[in-house]
Write a protein that binds this ligand. Structure first.
Ligand SMILES: [Zn+2]
Length: 104
């Protein structure tokens, strides 16, 4: 559940934003692009607005509900939840996850 309107921004404060509609999806991405751009093994994100959830002032305001691109998951980073996992891109609709096993 998302509490509207969550605000967010960058570390230096030069960029601020407000989310005005609930995201269509929220998940964790393990792809190499996200790993390289954030310097972290996984990125929590929401679409269609494409925001990094950790840039929200209240990062828990939007809760990820699946993992995508687990085919790129780094071996030493273990995921300790039971959320659906997808080896590549995720579900088309957030309400119709199409689980593909462990996705790895
Ligand atoms: Zn990614």
């Amino acid at each position: 559940m998302m509490i509207l309107p969550p605000d967010g921004g960058c570390l230096c404060g030069a960029i601020r934003y407000r989310v005005s509609t609930p995201p269509l999806q929220a998940g964790y991405c393990h792809c190499r692009l996200c790993q390289r751009s954030t310097g972290a093994p996984v990125l929590s994100w929401a679409s269609e607005i494409s925001i990094n959830l950790t840039t929200l002032d209240e990062p828990a305001a939007i809760v990820p509900d699946h993992h995508i691109w687990t085919s790129s998951r780094i071996g030493w980073f273990e995921v300790a939840d039971d959320l659906p996992r997808f080896a590549e891109r995720g579900p088309v609709s957030p309400n119709q996850p199409k689980e593909t096993g462990l996705g790895e």
